[in-house]
Write a new protein. Structure first.
Length: 375
């Protein structure tokens, strides 16, 4: 394939919240961001979400040597169909033809992330999508499976966005060191050091535990506007018990699955107190993570869905002795950053450039990754 310089790439992201397919167009030469195109989202269809939830339940029961669960193939097909439908509508709305794009970059839907760590010599990460169906449906070469090579080499397989966070910091002219915090199902922080080197790791749960608790107790998908947390009280003993988890004694790079912490500890608490305590847990984990960084950043820029939760943002600001800014405060597109990141990673993968690093996932040396499906 003749590769233009820079490339125009459509990135996709579906998070563990199972809320929507996010899309964004990025122009990049694999190093610099040279332009930002349109962005948008498509809410996941309930049927597709149900298939993914069934696959997640099966993935959590997987043991070494088990056959692939029968739920995986239909979930992968459903997620691919959601990507194609989202991409077709997006391209039509913005008058983008397949020939206008050099590449699609995507992750698929994570149903299991079990990186190597204490008690687990070999890692496993599973993202479901029929990438070939996406490539055929959109008529664009599609880069996918960006984590597996990293895990096979002994890395954590996450977080993968730090390379893009660094590009964004440079694109925006922010002085370093700057820290970028993504509040998804799990929270991860990227430190772009003063010398340009990267450090990154998952700080702890973010929206994931709060969402799961609210879904179990109310049937709602999340704590809207942090209203439940703001109406509750933090239970310090429960918070301390969560923070005593061995994960917080580990040095980075390190990563989590949103199911690595149990909701049992907040089971006896009221709905509001459970929300308040889990929100404080997420914020305190961020504060402790920043203390573990090798340099004190000048600022913390927050992206991801959790920045829309004012209770969580208030808790972070109360516990982090730094200027805490939202993505929008520095003119970033906060709801599109992960889709932009997978566009950027797709471009770097296509060019054979590194997408993960010793300081971000723990791999022995900078390495690329990914597979390509042709239309």
């Amino acid at each position: 394939m003749a590769v233009k310089s820079p490339m125009r790439v459509l990135g996709f992201m579906t998070g563990t919240s199972l809320d929507a397919v996010d899309m964004a167009v990025l122009e990049t030469d694999g190093e610099e961001i040279t332009g930002l195109g349109p962005a948008g989202e498509k809410k996941l269809a309930p049927g597709a979400r149900a298939m993914v939830e069934a696959a997640i339940a099966d993935a959590l029961r997987l043991k070494a040597g088990d056959p692939t669960p029968s739920s995986f193939a239909p979930a992968a097909a459903a997620i691919a169909a959601e990507h194609v439908a989202a991409g077709e509508a997006f391209m039509l709305a913005h008058r983008i033809l397949p020939g206008d794009l050099d590449l699609v970059g995507l992750q698929g839907q994570t149903v299991l992330h079990a990186p190597p760590g204490p008690g687990r010599a070999e890692g496993q990460t599973i993202q479901l999508i029929d990438a070939a169906a996406v490539a055929r449906g959109l008529g664009v070469p599609t880069v996918y499976d960006l984590r597996s090579d990293d895990v096979a080499a002994g890395g954590q397989g996450a977080p993968l966005a730090p390379a893009y966070h660094a590009a964004l910091v440079h694109y925006s002219g922010l002085h370093t060191p700057t820290a970028v915090l993504n509040l998804g199902g799990v929270a991860n922080v990227t430190l772009v050091r003063g010398d340009g080197a990267l450090e990154a790791f998952d700080t702890g749960p973010a929206n994931g535990m709060i969402d799961l608790m609210v879904q179990e107790r109310t049937g709602q998908r999340f704590d809207a506007d942090g209203a439940l947390a703001r109406a509750g009280h933090i239970h310090d003993r429960v918070l301390a018990a969560y923070l005593a988890h061995p994960y917080f004694a580990q040095r980075g790079p390190k990563s989590l699955d949103r199911f690595d912490f149990s909701l049992d500890r907040v089971g006896p608490l009221s709905l509001e107190d459970a929300a308040a305590t889990l929100t404080a847990f997420a914020a305190e984990a961020v504060a402790r993570g920043l203390k573990a960084c090798s340099e004190i950043p000048l600022r913390l820029v927050v992206c991801g869905g959790g920045r829309h939760n004012p209770a969580l943002m208030d808790e972070i600001r109360a516990r982090v002795p730094l200027p805490v800014l939202t993505a929008e405060d520095v003119d970033w597109r906060g709801d599109s950053i992960e889709a932009e990141a997978f566009a950027y990673l797709g471009a770097r993968s296509m060019l054979g450039l590194p997408i993960s690093f010793p300081g971000t996932t723990g791999v022995p040396e900078p390495m690329t990754g990914g597979r390509i499906a042709m239309p």
